[in-house]
Design a protein around this ligand. Structure first.
Ligand code: 8YV
Length: 312
């Protein structure tokens, strides 16, 4: 009998087509009455394909007594109730490594865009302001200090890129690592010593609201915040206040607390650059992520070791 997979999000067409050959795929977001479909299919579902921002919490997992595996199309798994999957013995996989470079590129794109006023400059030309005089000056990257929060795979890749731009690197995380960068066990102290604060940590209870008004004040009037981690790492109201009263100079954001809803206040600010959670959104990387999702699912049901299991 063909196994039933509950898809909470899409992969690219080739990978979805491959899944369709091996599973009966329920695309929940396409269903008119998702609750009714879940009720009807709950005993059949053995696999879930999940994505960032769509919660896989206790009540959903409880409703699926035969669930064996959750394959997340992404590296962050903060949307999944990992304690509960562990108690039920449900396997969880994610897609690390393949998205590291693109996500790090996104962080640098945001930093450059804010510091060098790229979006503002584009608009300046398009609306014909150039003829009236030059734009306000930007901020150099070379010689500045980038404070990276979370020196995991993506944080490392960001640090390497910042170093290539001539920046000094500081980092904050749970532990000091064997790297030629300056470690801070206190994020506020690091912010004080940094020109740019770049968030690349996992969203955990420990990192929730880590970046509050105090930290932003420490970053200072010329400081820039970049977030490619998760919205939950920043106290969004504090960020809005710090941006509107120019406690910090600007921010480049790829992630928000309540995606896809972006606070109205941010939309009208001229010192921010806003992206719609596109850290891994290239054709190449999304293809590799989808392939990894598929390979993990196939490995599980063929009794082979998972390629990228999430350790609990
Ligand atoms: C998303 C991400 O997974 O990897 C992550 O944790 O946040 C992104 O790559 C992607 O948007 C697909 O859901």
């Amino acid at each position: 009998m063909t196994r039933t997979l509950l898809a909470l999000g899409n992969l690219l067409p080739d990978e979805m087509a491959f899944l369709e050959q091996h599973f009966r795929v329920i695309r929940l977001w396409r269903e008119q009455d998702p609750e009714a479909v879940l009720q009807q299919e709950r005993m059949n579902i053995v696999a879930v394909l999940s994505i960032a921002g769509v919660p896989v919490r206790t009540h959903l997992i409880e409703a699926l007594p035969n669930l064996e595996i959750i394959a997340q199309n992404g590296v962050g798994v903060d949307n999944i109730d990992l304690k509960f999957t562990a108690t039920r013995g449900i396997a969880v996989t994610n897609t690390p490594d393949v998205l590291t470079d693109d996500t790090a590129d996104t962080a640098l794109a945001l930093l450059l865009a804010v510091a060098r006023r790229v979006c503002e400059g584009d608009m300046y030309v398009r609306v014909g302001k150039w003829a009236n005089g030059p734009m306000p000056l930007g901020t150099s990257l070379a010689g500045k200090t980038a404070g990276v929060v979370g020196l995991g795979r993506i944080g490392h890749a960001i640090a390497r890129r910042c170093a290539a731009f001539g920046m000094n690197i500081a980092y904050h995380g749970r532990s000091k690592k064997d790297v030629p960068y300056t470690y801070y066990d206190d994020v506020k102290v690091m912010a004080e010593a940094s020109d740019f604060l770049i968030l690349a940590c996992a969203a955990t209870p420990q990192t929730r609201d880590l970046i509050n008004y105090d930290v932003l004040e420490a970053l200072g009037k010329r400081g820039i915040l970049v977030n490619v981690a998760r919205g939950s790492v920043v106290k969004e109201l504090d960020l809005l206040a710090a941006l509107s009263n120019r406690t910090i100079a600007g921010a480049g954001l790829d992630v928000y607390q309540n995606e896809p809803n972006v606070p109205e206040a941010l939309i009208s600010m001229d010192n921010v650059v806003l992206l719609p959670h596109v850290g891994s959104a290239t054709l190449e990387t999304r293809t590799k992520m989808g392939q990894l999702v598929v390979q993990n699912l196939m490995a599980h049901f063929e009794g082979r070791p998972l390629l990228t299991p999430v350790a609990v």
